[in-house]
Design a protein around this ligand. Structure first.
Ligand code: ADP
Ligand code: MG
Ligand code: MG
Length: 873
């Protein structure tokens, strides 16, 4: 082990491991010439050694402490435990590498006792100062070092103030404080404790208390929660006291070098005249805004400004400082990087870049993707006092307030009101209700459940899997924890935290600031992996383009069939018993699809658009069987034979399509292989729309994607058939349309046989929702509300694999697919369109394995752009 104790001038900012954050900051400030009261730091290594060996370590440390005290005495011209002159006093402050609430606090005024307090009083000609400092020491020492708690001392202070009829501590006279000190000593007696009169024993006990506090239960818990290793240890800082409580020309305060809320230039902070230490944060008196210091002590204010500027230029970031003014002289007592809101983080990054203090890369690294996410969604004003009534999974961020509505039709009908759709879970035919609602709440389902995915896609808040709410669809209400919420009652959901509130919670609306736009353009410049969006409609495409997507990575055509006016034609197609009937129904759908694609192509202005051929099992387009049965008996009762017959036909078809495991059932390319007419119609619609765009002089680049391929023959047969349709349309239109055929890689077999599949696919897109489901064998609709939480809690899995890509398993399959696919076609375009495409961790992985792009919901695009740049840097 090296040196145990460092004078401030012997350390520097890079020694955080050894000196802790506070110690490193004090050392750095000392070395750049800022006025820091002299002092020294005992290293974290000593703390660790003490934890192992106890008392012995203090014995060995002690001569070094004494030597450093002597040096400080020389520097200050004062004596610790003085017999004459102004006595030297110390603060003893803990300071780990990471700032850690729950650790020992600071003890100020160490060195005062019954004798030195008289000396201090006489030499400073300020008895009030002396006794105020002494009573603080007795109080802090009792609370922090001897574990007596603060409350007994507070009680005495309050009762004395009451007796004197005064409100503030500062109004206590020297004699009052003497009285208080007596009372404090009585408390010590009651606790059977002794206040050490020897300053050196005070110092030694305080240092030991700091060491011990590293293993205080609160500190241990804090480390667990925040993933801070237990073996870092804390440093101990011993700092010469300076006095903000010397009178009206003295003060103590805290400041940020810029506004931590908005990021604006100019210092921001508070101070208290004639006060010491933590009075500012303790709320004892209301502190004054820092700007008042300009009037009260103009010279000090100017100096503070100057120091802040020096610190910013030195650390190249916004800093958070503590200072004390003693009789008009400014001292710096702490510096650290300032915490900031997401909005301020963006502004500060761009301002520091523009001021030439940091590089472009550094600016990108200054903002966390989660901060950008936070800025893109309306959120609950945290200052509101509303109590949450239940909690589910925060599946799509943002907050929404509205009337509770229990079915999608009603939500759609009430579209000019704010409604929250509340369902046990949602299914594809709820889409119109989801579209109309401000947010969605489900009792079942996980982060990739239908409600979650669709809500994220729409940028709507969603809370899913709130299993504690009991929905009664008949009575049209839900109950939770003894509360009842009826239909049309107003609730607020917070899709970030998963909280559910009764009533209106005040919201804050987002706006894309100029700084954020600039940060994102910078991200695009630096990123080596592109960002596309998952968008199903022209509106989504427009938003994607505006948010900076460089194409569409997934357009799910099934969503187009769910719309109210299209569903009948779709159902006709499904119940068709002959090819002719089916073709007739598809004939009706063709112009609608063409119109959709045309709209999307126009919005994307020539960027590639990947369109996935019909994927979900057909039963999703039919009404629920139970509902059909009920309706049929109703129609029969009413004598409406024709309608009943029609519905019976639907029911028969629904019965026939019933599968016990639909996600592994008759879906994806399997549909197209059995009913090729569906795919043919879709390809025709895509290419006719493309031709129309081209004839208008605009650029277009459709990519046609075949879902759920596992075997080479699946893509081969599908593609051969569809190439014929493509040729036909191109001939008819008389125009050469650029297009690609490709496939999703969402089955383990497809990943393993990627070399074969690449012979028929010009592009791959990893559908990692299904790939994760199929690789783990976890149902994506159920796992998250059933056993996954237990898995996460017990550490069986480190993270939810539906949220963050499982690098080792699913990721390995992806790597294999990339390698094998590129061996056959080195220009193979590869991306990802699963939910993971918007997750920063997963984006980093996609970059590492060489994907060309990630695709995510439109509202995630800005987050993904930043994450893509951060992955590249
Ligand atoms: P925390 O980490 O909880 O902020 P600190 O060690 O920074 O604890 O100190 C608590 C308060 O005491 C701060 O307001 C600080 O400015 C003040 N303080 C600490 N050391 C001294 C000192 N030597 N002279 C005057 N005030 C001090
Ligand atoms: Mg502090
Ligand atoms: Mg899929």
């Amino acid at each position: 082990m090296g040196k145990w104790v460092y004078l401030f001038e012997e350390g520097n900012a890079s020694m955080r491991d050894l000196l802790g954050g506070k110690g490193a900051g004090l050392a750095e400030m000392t070395n750049i010439g800022l006025p820091v009261p002299p002092g020294f730091t005992i290293t974290t290594e000593v703390c660790n050694l003490y934890m192992k060996k106890g008392e012995k370590v203090i014995e060995e440390l002690w001569p070094m402490v004494l030597e450093n005290v002597r040096i400080v005495e020389e520097k200050t011209g004062k004596k610790f435990a003085a017999k004459s002159g102004l006595p030297l006093l110390f603060s003893v402050r803990s300071g780990a590498k990471f700032s850690m609430p729950g650790m020992m606090d600071t003890v100020l005024n160490i060195g005062l006792n019954d004798e030195t307090v008289e000396l201090f009083s006489k030499e400073s000609s300020n008895p009030r100062l002396a006794y105020d400092s002494y009573r603080r020491l007795i109080q802090m020492f009792g609370d922090i070092v001897l574990d007596m708690g603060l409350q007994p001392f507070e009680n005495e202070l309050e009762s004395l103030k009451a007796k004197k009829g005064i409100k503030y501590d500062v109004e206590l006279s020297a004699d009052d404080l003497k009285e208080l000190i007596k009372r404090y000593f009585d408390i010590y007696k009651k606790f059977n404790k002794e206040f050490p009169q020897d300053p050196f024993i005070q110092l030694r006990m305080a240092i030991e208390a700091v060491f011990r506090s590293w293993n205080a239960p609160r500190a241990i818990t804090y480390r667990r929660i925040n993933n801070i290793p237990d073996d870092l240890g804390t440093a101990v800082n011993v700092v010469t006291m300076v006095f903000g409580n010397m009178g009206d020309d003295s003060a103590t305060g805290v400041a940020f070098t810029r506004d931590p809320k908005k990021g604006d230039k100019g210092i921001f902070g508070e101070y208290l005249v004639n006060a010491q230490g933590e009075d500012v944060v303790a709320g004892i008196r209301t502190p004054k805004p820092i700007i008042e210091l300009k009037k009260e002590m103009p010279a000090v204010y100017d100096e503070l400004l100057k120091f802040c500027k020096i610190l910013e230029e030195h650390y190249k970031d916004m800093q958070d400082i503590e200072f004390t003014i003693e009789k008009g002289k400014l001292y710096m007592l702490q510096v650290r990087t300032g915490k900031r809101t997401p909005g301020a983080a963006v502004k500060l990054a761009m301002d520091f870049l523009n001021e030439g203090l940091i590089s472009e890369e550094e600016a990108i690294l200054r903002v966390e993707p989660s901060q950008v996410d936070f800025l893109l969604h309306p959120r609950i004003n945290v200052s509101s006092k509303l109590q949450s009534i239940a909690k589910g999974l925060g599946a799509s961020p943002g907050a929404a307030t509205g009337k509770v509505v229990f079915d999608a039709d009603l939500a759609a009908k009430m579209s000019d009101e704010d409604v929250i759709l509340v369902r046990p879970e949602t299914v594809p035919d709820d889409i119109h209700g989801l579209a109309a609602a401000k947010g969605v709440l489900t009792a079942r389902g996980g982060m990739t459940s239908h409600a979650a995915v669709v809500a994220r896609g729409m940028g709507k808040p969603a809370v899913v899997g709130a299993e504690s709410i009991k929905i009664d669809l008949k009575e049209r209400l839900f109950t939770v924890n003894g509360e009842t919420v009826k239909e049309f009652d107003v609730i607020t959901i917070d899709g970030t935290s998963g909280n559910i509130f009764k009533g209106v919670a005040p919201l804050i609306m987002p706006e894309l600031s100029e700084d954020l736009k600039n940060l994102l353009s910078l991200s695009d410049k630096l990123a080596n992996i592109q960002v596309r969006a998952n968008a199903d409609t022209p509106e989504d495409a427009k938003r994607s383009y505006e948010f900076g997507a460089k194409g569409i990575g997934l357009c799910r055509t099934e969503h187009m069939f769910m719309a109210q006016d299209r569903l009948p034609a779709m159902q006709e197609m499904i119940v068709a018993e002959t090819i002719e009937e089916r073709k007739a129904a598809l004939e009706k759908l063709l112009p609608m699809q063409r119109e959709d694609f045309y709209g999307i192509f126009k919005e994307m202005k020539g960027y590639p658009v990947i369109i996935r051929l019909l994927d979900p099992p057909l039963h999703e387009f039919l009404p629920k069987r139970e509902i059909l049965k009920e309706e049929i008996s109703q129609h029969e009762k009413n004598g409406e034979k024709d309608i009943a017959e029609k519905k019976k036909r639907l029911l028969r078809r629904a019965e026939a399509l019933k599968e016990s495991n639909p996600m592994m059932g008759f879906r994806g390319c399997r549909l197209g292989l059995v009913y090729p007419e569906i795919n043919e119609m879709q390809v025709r619609a895509i290419l006719e729309a493309a031709a129309k765009v081209m004839k208008e002089g605009d650029r277009v680049f459709p990519e046609i994607m075949v879902p759920l391929v596992g075997h080479i023959n699946e893509i081969r047969f599908v593609r051969e058939k569809l190439e014929e349709v493509a040729k036909e349309v191109i001939l008819e239109q008389g125009i050469q349309i650029p297009y690609l055929f490709g496939t999703m890689i969402e089955l383990p077999r497809a990943a393993l046989r990627a070399d074969e599949i690449a012979k028929y696919a010009k592009f791959f897109s990893f559908g990692t929702n299904d790939l994760t489901q199929m690789t783990f064998g976890f149902s994506r609709d159920d796992a998250e509300s059933k056993f996954l939480p237990v898995y996460l809690e017990r550490g069986i899995l480190p993270v939810n694999p539906f949220q963050t890509l499982d690098r080792d398993g699913v990721g390995e399959l992806m790597k294999i697919a990339v390698e094998r696919g590129k061996k056959v076609n080195k220009d193979l375009e590869i991306g990802i369109c699963g939910e993971h495409g918007g997750d920063p961790e997963s984006i980093a992985f996609c970059y590492e394995i060489g994907l060309n792009y990630v695709s995510c919901s439109p509202f995630r695009v800005p987050v993904a752009r930043l994450a893509a740049a951060r992955a590249t840097i």
